[in-house]
Design a protein around this ligand. Sequence first.
Ligand SMILES: [Zn+2]
Length: 274
Amino acid sequence: MKISRHRLLKEDGTAYPFVASPNLGGALDARYLVIHFTAGRNAVSSVKWLSNRRAKASAHLVIGRDGAITQLVPFNRIAWHAGRSSWDGLDGLNRYSLGIELDNPGQLVRSGDRWRAWFGVEYDAAEVIEAVHKNGSQLSGWLTYSLVQLEAALDVASLLMEKYQLQDVIGHDDISPGRKLDPGPAFPMREFRARLQGRAEDEDLRFQTRTHLNIRSGPATHYDLLNGSPLPPNTTVVVLNEYGSWRFVDVEDVVNGVMDMQGWVHSNYLRRAE
Ligand SMILES: [Zn+2]
């Protein structure tokens, strides 16, 4: 992908879908990239809402769970995604940041063995992590972002960082703490930032198991063991999130016949990967 005249284009020069939002301001002084979740039903409904004048909100991009990217506001104009916010001595981050909305239902509540969004749709527990928001105190459910969605976000974020010489990527929950929960615990911010800033920091997030290590659905011993638990000694994992002494990890290899395992392990049994 590339950027021309503040529009996102594919390599062959064709534009990504552009749905003009009327909810925009003047010239943008872009310094940061802010990541959000839509708290919506799907990307189509979120694009529709954010391009409706009544929403009084917008973002530069919306990324679906299938990785599809839609642009709503040119990158040189102010989008209305941050609201009341402050960061590093600046107030009102709309004027200083590009905003990416990731399609995701947001905070979920337990409903039997499933998890329910505020708009009533229920999600399978296998797609949900249980975690405490970094600004909160209670465990709740968060739908994991899909891999293609995260990869699309990483590709476009790295392009935007370079093109507009942005200083950092931050969450809406960083700039509006107490008021906003997005992108929340399911978004691997540490790894995302590390991958944007180069490989050196990525190495810091890579660990190996010191012994056979149970991997669970939540950050305590009463949570269910995942299929494929325990991890064998010397399994390489990448830490995506943390809660007390527990780490939410992505398992690198196929382990015990299970691919793409993500779950919680106790940090006492991890050591830095060589
Ligand atoms: Zn937000």
